[in-house]
Write a protein of this length. Structure first.
Length: 266
């Protein structure tokens, strides 16, 4: 039974510790997903109701517990319906780290390390995107770029116009030029290519975003909440560059930080 130690009369096994750690981690993941979201308030409401139900049962208040029983018995289905998006994000978050670890491991086994050509291509792409963003920022031209790395964004790519061209700063600047028919919406970059432009992204429903964050910024955050991607935004209003990753949003980033971010996500 692998007894570790006893607290008074309570025996603690290694599985109990593991149990507590896993539940703690799951609660942390839920908190990360719901933080700043309107769904967080609903979650607190549900939790309060459940604690109340538990108390009522402990106090053996028959009538109230019979009424609450009806709510709790369909509770799981109701929760899945209300938190449909969050349940999806939660499973995505769980699967993501496992998949990332597996693919890093496979790349190391198969390649040993990055080939020099890959590294060269990568730094060329990073410089091209960084320079384009810098120019767009100086000209106060709005831009929204999704860095999809290995994520499959077929559905999103089809919401825009297919491009399939090598990444270049001139092409990026032309796309976001205010007179270009493709300047509205998001550009998607994946595996060294500009996959598409003019894409429509899902909007974040976060309630605690800065007041000035409009639809472009909400779209950047929204796509990173739902998919394993990063996004960069140039504000048309201020020329400031911001990025979003895993639903987190960092505003007004320095060029050095931007280069590191692009290097990690391109
Ligand atoms: N769902 C969406 N997916 C992709 N792009 C979008 C989406 N919604 C809006 N946009 C883009 O954002 C532009 C409108 O930006 P808006 O002014 O509302 O955003 P903002 O966050 O305040 O940015 P800015 O600081 O550049 O004004 C649209 O013209 C369009 O290009």
């Amino acid at each position: 039974m692998l007894l570790l130690f006893k607290i008074g009369f309570l025996p603690i096994r290694i599985w109990d510790l593991l149990d507590i750690l896993i539940v703690g981690y799951l609660i942390y993941l839920i908190y990360r997903l719901l933080r700043g979201n309107i769904a967080f308030n609903i979650f607190i409401g549900v939790l309060t109701l459940y604690v109340f139900y538990w108390l009522v049962r402990q106090l053996e208040m028959q009538l109230l517990s019979a009424v609450l029983d009806k709510f709790v018995s369909v509770g799981v289905i109701v929760i899945v319906i209300i938190f449909q998006q969050e349940v999806r994000n939660f499973l995505l978050l769980l699967g993501k780290s496992a998949l990332q670890q597996r693919s890093n491991f496979l790349v190391k086994i198969l390649l040993g390390r990055n080939t020099p050509a890959t590294l060269q291509d990568m730094s060329r792409e990073v410089m091209a995107v960084k320079t384009a963003l810098q120019h767009l920022s100086e000209q106060q031209t709005g831009a929204l770029i999704v860095l999809a790395k290995d994520a499959n964004l077929e559905n999103l790519a089809y919401s825009g116009v297919r491009i399939d061209a090598l990444i270049s700063e001139q092409l990026l600047e032309s796309i976001f030029n205010k007179t270009s028919p493709l300047h509205d919406g998001a550009v998607i970059l994946r595996k060294g290519k500009i996959v598409s432009a003019g894409g429509v992204l899902p909007l974040s429903e976060k309630a605690d975003l800065p007041q000035k964050a409009g639809l472009r910024h909400r779209a950047a955050i929204g796509v990173t909440e739902q998919l394993n991607v990063a996004a960069v935004v140039v504000s048309e209003e201020t020329g400031r560059i911001s990025w979003a990753y895993e639903g987190q949003f960092i505003q007004d980033v320095e060029m050095g930080e931007l280069e590191a971010f692009l290097g990690a996500h391109l």
